[in-house]
Write a protein that binds this ligand. Structure first.
Ligand SMILES: Nc1ncnc2c1ncn2[C@@H]1O[C@H](COP(=O)(O)OP(=O)(O)O)[C@@H](O)[C@H]1O
Ligand SMILES: Nc1ccn([C@@H]2O[C@H](COP(=O)(O)O)[C@@H](O)[C@H]2O)c(=O)n1
Length: 201
C-alpha cells in the first residue's frame, strides 16, 4: 500500500487537489482519509464549550486513532472512519466503512506535525496558497458550506487559525517531498501526482 499525506493550511485547496487527483483514476482504487474525521470526540462538552475549542492545535486531533486506522488498513483490514460535523463541532456518531486500497491518501492541516504519521507516509505533499487567498476561500466556504458567518470566521482566524498556522502548520512544509503551489489551479502538479499513483495501480 502506498500512503500519500497531503497537508497545507486551511483553504489551500487540499480537498480540491485530492478530488482532482481522483478524477480520471479508476473508481474505487484510491482510498481517502480526512484528518477532520479524527477531531476528538467531545460529546461530554456542551455546544457552547465546543465552539471555544482550538481546532487548529494538534491536541484537538485523535492521532492515536488515525495511526491505528492506518496500521489496520496496511494489514488489509477495513476501518470505521468517524463522520464529523462542522455544524455540531463534533463527531456525528456515524462511521464510514473504509476499505484498504493500493493507494491511500490522508489529507489534513496537521498531519505532518505528527512524527509517527510522517514515518507512515511514502510521499508527503504540502499544498501552498498565500494567506490572503486562503482566508478569502475559507470565508466563502465556511459561510456557504459550514454554517458560519463572517464574524465567526474572522474571530477564529485572528484567535487561532493564523497563530496556529504559523506555529504548527507552515513549519511542516520542510518535511514535504513535493510542494504544490495552488494560488491558481495547478494541473501540471496534479498530473505528476496522478502519474505516480498510476504506476502503483
Ligand atoms: N486553486 C484554486 N483556485 C481557486 N479556488 C480554489 C482553488 N483550490 C481550492 N479552491 C476553493 O477554495 C475553497 C477551499 O478549498 P478546499 O479544497 O476545501 O481547501 P482545504 O481542504 O485545503 O481547506 C473551496 O471553495 C475550493 O473550491
Ligand atoms: N468544528 C470545527 C472543526 C474544524 N474547523 C476548522 O477546520 C479547519 C480544517 O479543515 P480544512 O478543511 O479547512 O483543512 C481548521 O482550520 C479548523 O479551524 C472548524 O472551523 N470547526
Amino acid at each position: 500500500m502506498l500512503i500519500i499525506g497531503i497537508a497545507g493550511g486551511t483553504g489551500c485547496g487540499k480537498t480540491t487537489v485530492v478530488n482532482q487527483i481522483l478524477n480520471e483514476l479508476p473508481e474505487g482504487e484510491v482510498g481517502i482519509i480526512s484528518q477532520d474525521s479524527y477531531y476528538k470526540d467531545t460529546t461530554y462538552l456542551s455546544y457552547e464549550e465546543r465552539i471555544t475549542i482550538n481546532f487548529d492545535h494538534p491536541r484537538s486531533i485523535d492521532f492515536d486513532l488515525l495511526e491505528n486506522h492506518l496500521k489496520e488498513l496496511k494489514k488489509g483490514n477495513p476501518i470505521h472512519q468517524p463522520v464529523y460535523s462542522f455544524v455540531k463541532h463534533n463527531r456525528t456518531g456515524d462511521t464510514l466503512v473504509t476499505h484498504p486500497r493500493k493507494v491511500m491518501i490522508v489529507e489534513g492541516i496537521l498531519i505532518l506535525t505528527n512524527p509517527e504519521l510522517r514515518k507512515m507516509f511514502d510521499i508527503k505533499i504540502f499544498v501552498h496558497a498565500d494567506t490572503d487567498e486562503r482566508l478569502i476561500r475559507r470565508l466563502k466556504r465556511d459561510i456557504c458550506e459550514r454554517g458560519r458567518d463572517l464574524d465567526e470566521v474572522l474571530t477564529r482566524y485572528q484567535n487561532t487559525l493564523k497563530p496556529m498556522h504559523e506555529q504548527f502548520i507552515e513549519p511542516t512544509k520542510e518535511y514535504a517531498d513535493i510542494i504544490i503551489p495552488n494560488n491558481k489551479h495547478n494541473t501540471v502538479a496534479i498530473d505528476i501526482v496522478r502519474s505516480i499513483i498510476h504506476q502503483k495501480l
